[in-house]
Design a protein around this ligand. Structure first.
Ligand SMILES: Nc1ncnc2c1ncn2[C@@H]1O[C@H](COP(=O)(O)OP(=O)(O)OP(=O)(O)O)[C@@H](O)[C@H]1O
Ligand SMILES: [Mg+2]
Length: 248
């Protein structure tokens, strides 16, 4: 079982770049810690999804090093072994669900990993997400908010050590946003995963983030604690961003 250890980074990014001419993501150094929600803020095209794809090992970096759980991965395309890969999951802005029932979508990751369904554990996930009465329903008939709640249930069912969220609440109403936020925060508190949460909304970052990173045009403007970022930002650009005077 994975133990949270705040003194040791679960990811360490060193001199990491990803080049898509003319765009270049350039990360001199970021450490991510288990048990923390790391929020990525920044305007469209800043490189937020690009960074998430590197953390998910969907693409190799152009240069630099990604240390994940103590092992180094670089531009050669080498990725973690299957067990480590399956400890990482992503929830996207638009849920990609199987054309099947809610129940079968949620338990699919367990099936993939050859793990049995623990009814109590299932209930502890579907109940707070308000999915108990929908388990038999076909996913294609769900509302957007319901579908996104199913996507989160499916991500949490196998207790991922890394939860990557790419604007999961962008299309949702306030009630659904609240359900998702409290579910992720609760999961982070109990299981101590590494969470990276991309959002356009700095109010959301303030509600859920332990550390906040502002990206602009592939570069880090500032990485700070929630308090530091919102109360005493180190960079003028961060202040401008929070005042709504930058990018928008
Ligand atoms: N596979 C790719 N090939 C070429 N260019 C790409 C590719 N993926 C991303 N880019 C470019 O990299 C830049 C950053 O894209 P990215 O998707 O990371 O931005 P983002 O911060 O997630 O933006 P948004 O908030 O709109 O989702 C953009 O200019 C984009 O066009
Ligand atoms: Mg994006």
């Amino acid at each position: 079982m994975h133990e949270a250890n705040l003194s040791e980074a679960s990811y360490r990014l060193i001199h990491l770049t990803k080049q898509y001419d003319p765009f270049k993501l350039d990360i001199p150094h970021i450490d991510l810690y288990a048990g923390q929600i790391f929020c990525l803020l920044g305007p469209s095209g800043a490189g937020k999804t690009t960074l998430l794809r590197l953390l998910n090992f969907l693409e190799p970096p152009t240069s630099g090093e990604i240390h994940y759980e103590g092992r180094m991965y670089g531009p050669d395309g080498n990725v973690p072994d299957i067990t480590r890969m399956r400890s990482i999951t992503t929830v996207f802005q638009r849920p990609a669900l199987l054309n099947d029932t809610v129940y079968r979508n949620i338990v699919y990751p367990l099936k993939l990993r050859g793990q049995p369904v623990d009814p109590e554990h299932l209930d502890a996930i579907v109940e707070p997400l308000g999915l108990t009465d929908l388990l038999g329903q076909r996913c294609k008939t769900l509302s957007g908010g319901e579908a996104q709640r199913v996507a989160l249930a499916r991500a949490l069912i196998f207790k991922p050590r890394v939860l990557l969220l790419d604007e999961p609440t962008a299309n949702l109403d306030p009630r659904n946003i609240q359900i998702l936020e409290s579910m992720v925060r609760d999961y982070a508190r109990r299981q101590k995963p590494t969470v990276v949460w991309i959002t356009h909304n700095h109010f959301q970052a303030k509600r859920v983030g332990d550390r906040i990173c502002l990206l602009e045009d592939g570069n880090i403007v500032e990485v700070n604690s929630r308090e530091g970022f919102f109360e005493q930002p180190a960079q003028q650009k961060t202040r401008d961003f929070l005042d709504g005077n930058l990018f928008y």
